[in-house]
Write a protein that binds this ligand. Structure first.
Ligand SMILES: C[S@@+](CC[C@H](N)C(=O)[O-])C[C@H]1O[C@@H](n2cnc3c(N)ncnc32)[C@H](O)[C@@H]1O
Length: 402
């Protein structure tokens, strides 16, 4: 993501954080700083799902087949008949990429693999990812190199756990796509799984009021993966997977939450912003391998109620980057912020009041729509439930026009 002339952001090395993304010029609230397409996408349904009966998504674009407004002709893969597509364009695109004859045959074999039915969903998804990644290695080496370039860079050879060995033993039963007898390699399998854990973004089902959200698909986005984490992010990501407006419905869009000056690091939050301090620290250490020392954590490290919270942290190991679906310890203090808190021990109360979605069970972050020069947008969009509301502060400043 190197900035050309006029680029908004560029990638730099940041001591102690690896690569990160910084602004090349002052950025405005709502500005789009990245639109990124996936190099790999895989379904979040169990491998054993009979997709022709219960799976409602196109296996190429992942749009919901029932919600598409125009008439579509559903097509099944002629080889496995288990995967459906929303038209000939998606079927032929998938046949040359994610649903190549090799991937098709491999997924069919895995579906019938004897011991898989007893395995948790997480194993099914890891196997789906491995099929997608090895498929990429053979059919799109340059995208495969992009995948390998992502963090983590060091994966100790002696560090292959039982789970990885199991997954590798299953993957190795597949016929390799080439005559290369060492196509499946234990160390490579381990490396790939680590890349998935650190970098995959979840494309979620639409928000429902009961707060139960499930993942529709996972994707690896080579540029979006370069954003580091901050517990008080200045940007957030949106996706519009069911959009029929353009063909890039699985793209991720990163938009600024508020203005930032030139040279500032642009960060996302890897999970909902309303998680409490112990839960955030535990997740970042266990899944991402670092202690967060952001400004918010420095303040919250001194809050006395952290000790009580530590006893009942809930962490779902299936969590991946920016994945909002699981249970979490929501910090009630931050949800009840008042203006008085701003000057006291809660300097980030302002962020919660203005940018946290207040819809029940949502936990999303709100960013303005892109500015229409010279005016900032006075409408905020939630990146989880899609709710749109007026930004009272901008609205007052611009006299009620958006
Ligand atoms: C998705 S990658 C982000 C890009 C990464 N820095 C790189 O060089 O490719 C996530 C990894 O970046 C690093 N990272 C992200 N946010 C960080 C932070 N706030 N402090 C320290 N390291 C961070 C951690 O190593 C984490 O596992």
């Amino acid at each position: 993501m190197e900035s050309e002339d006029g680029g908004l952001v560029r990638t730099v090395e940041i001591p102690g954080r690896g690569r990160g993304v910084v602004s090349c010029k002052p950025l405005r609230a709502g500005q789009i700083v990245l639109r990124d397409s996936p190099i790999l996408l895989y379904s979040a349904s169990p491998l054993t799902t009979q997709q022709h009966s219960s799976y409602n998504y196109c296996n190429n674009c992942f749009r919901n087949l029932q919600q598409q407004q125009q008439q579509i002709t559903l097509l099944s893969c002629p080889n496995c008949s288990n995967h459906r597509f929303c038209g000939s364009a998606c079927l032929s695109a998938a046949t040359c990429s994610s649903h190549s004859p090799w991937a098709c045959q491999s997924l069919s074999r895995l579906r019938d693999f004897p011991s898989l039915h007893n395995q948790p969903l997480e194993r099914h998804l890891q196997l789906r990812f491995l099929v997608a990644a090895y498929n990429l290695a053979f059919f799109n080496p340059s995208h495969f190199q992009s995948l390998l370039s992502l963090q983590p860079h060091s994966n100790r050879p002696d560090n292959v756990d039982e789970e990885t060995q199991f997954l590798h033993s299953v993957i190795s039963t597949l016929c390799p796509p080439s005559s290369n007898t060492s196509f499946f390699d234990l160390q490579l399998t381990s490396t790939l799984l680590a890349k998935d854990k650190l970098n995959s973004f979840a494309l979620m089902e639409p928000f429902s009021v009961d707060g139960q959200r499930s993942v529709r698909a996972y994707g690896v986005y080579p540029n979006a993966s370069l954003f580091n984490h901050d517990c008080l992010p200045n940007a957030c990501r949106f996706d519009y997977v069911d959009s029929t407006v353009d063909a890039s419905n699985t793209d991720i869009i990163v938009r600024m939450i508020h203005d930032v000056p030139q040279g500032r690091e642009i960060c996302l939050s890897y999970f909902p912003v309303n998680w409490d301090y112990p839960t955030r620290q535990k997740r970042l250490l266990e899944d991402y391998g670092f202690y967060c020392q952001c400004d918010r954590c420095k303040v919250e490290a001194n809050w006395s109620d952290n000790d009580d919270d530590k006893d009942d942290i809930v962490v779902d190991e299936n969590e991946v980057m920016d994945d909002d679906e699981d249970e979490e310890q929501v910090d009630d203090d931050v949800m009840e912020a008042t203006e008085e808190d701003v000057d006291s021990n809660f300097p980030h109360a302002y962020f919660f009041v203005r940018y946290m979605c207040d819809r029940e069970n949502c936990g999303g972050t709100q960013a303005p729509f892109p500015p229409s020069d010279p005016r900032p947008s006075s409408l905020l969009e939630c990146n989880v439930c899609g709710n749109i509301k007026k930004d009272e502060i901008v609205d007052a400043a611009v006299g009620g026009a958006s």
